[in-house]
Design a protein around this ligand. Structure first.
Ligand SMILES: [Zn+2]
Ligand SMILES: [Zn+2]
Length: 368
């Protein structure tokens, strides 16, 4: 059956988001309807409103959510009514080369569900009856969401929804960059540029992996205080563009073993690479504007055996990693409670985005 409910929509580039009543059509083959319980407000959602992530508008935002399956379409085998699920914002076909070698975030087919359902159509309509696109094929910043069963991961509801939701993006992106992409080893020295929702999780990922020293570099005192809570041993307040290479090399006795760029800047990626010791690994996690470039001194690659790489959604295998993250939380090893610094009602969404933009939150979460 069709349902009506509120959704957070980006209507015009660079304009505040609007909350409007939307019609959710019944699920087609392979799709399910999820009643959303909580959804994180991620920097990528903001990027969807200002064109940094260029998805066609009008667009229902949201890609980091927890909820309950309330209806399943024909042929659905991975989910049943009543299942507690997390949205996975990357469609994973389960059949392509990347899915088969255990790298589903690189799935060949993901481009088919970037802002629509897999078949290119939409299950969401505005009051005038016009189709609304959905962020990353999920569009979960709404009371309901229709999504493909392969965009879902089941979870144990003993973890509260407003914390479990964060595993669907920020936590997995950050912790995954440290433990899956970089494979940080105990006793190492790490540097993390940017202590927002993702950066804090890189920091705690490095801590979980047993890093001995973790430097956090940010412009905000509030975020640097949070960084200490998440495991940073050293904090440095500096503007994103400042060249800290000399002082960082001195402070670390030669440079970082691992450096993480969580700002979304080509220059910061270069700075992270420069601050590595011989044999070090720099990981770009932030999403820089399409025009950004990063320059490295070529001969440092052979002479110093340094590596510059990237991490997409924490190189995760969501159906393995989401439950693993929640187990770490239940065991007291992963911080989620401290990550949620503000809760909002859906009607407060414009304020939630303004707070995100001004850097007020580690993570703001809309709860239903
Ligand atoms: Zn996100
Ligand atoms: Zn695939």
């Amino acid at each position: 059956m069709a349902r009506k409910g509120r959704a957070v929509v980006a209507r015009e580039l660079g304009k505040p988001v609007v909350v409007e009543e939307v019609t959710f059509d019944p699920p087609a083959r392979g799709e399910v309807v999820v009643k959303i319980a909580a959804v994180g407000v991620c920097h990528s959602d903001l990027s969807g409103t200002n064109g940094t992530i260029a998805l066609p508008l009008p667009l229902i935002l949201g890609h980091e959510a927890a909820g309950t399956v309330i209806e399943v379409g024909e042929g659905v085998t991975d989910a049943a009514v009543g299942d507690h699920v997390l949205a996975n914002w990357i469609y994973m076909c389960g059949r392509c080369r990347y899915c088969n070698i255990g790298r589903p975030v690189l799935c060949d087919q993901q481009g088919k569900a970037l802002y629509t359902m897999l078949d290119g159509t939409s299950r969401t309509r505005d009051a005038a009856g016009n189709a609304l696109n959905v962020f990353s094929g999920v569009g979960v910043m709404a009371e309901y969401a229709v999504m493909h069963e392969r965009n879902l991961v089941k979870y144990d509801p003993k973890v509260p929804a407003d914390r479990a939701a964060l595993v669907g993006c920020a936590v997995t992106t950050g912790v995954g960059a440290a433990i899956n992409t970089a494979r940080v080893v105990p006793g190492s020295t790490c540097g993390v540029w940017g202590a927002g929702g993702v950066g804090l999780n890189v920091i705690q990922g490095c801590a979980i992996a047993g890093a001995e020293r973790i430097f956090a570099i940010d412009t905000s005192d509030t975020k640097l205080e949070l960084a200490k809570k998440f495991g940073a041993t050293d904090v440095i307040k500096a503007p994103a563009g400042e060249d800290l290479t000399k002082s960082l090399k001195k402070a670390t006795g030669g440079g970082f073993d691992y450096a993480f760029e969580c700002v979304g800047s080509g220059e910061v990626a270069a700075a992270a690479y420069k601050a590595l010791r011989r044999g070090g690994l720099a990981v770009v996690v932030g999403v820089a504007p399409a025009s950004a470039t990063t320059t490295v001194v070529t001969r440092t690659l052979p002479f110093e055996e340094k590596t510059l790489t990237g991490s997409y959604f924490g190189s995760a295998r969501p159906r393995e990693d989401f439950p693993r993250m929640l187990s770490l939380y239940s065991a007291g090893k992963l911080k989620l409670d401290e990550l949620v610094t503000q809760r909002y009602q859906i009607d407060d969404a414009p304020r939630a985005f303004a707070d995100l933009e001004s850097g007020k939150n580690a993570r703001g979460v809309i709860v239903f």
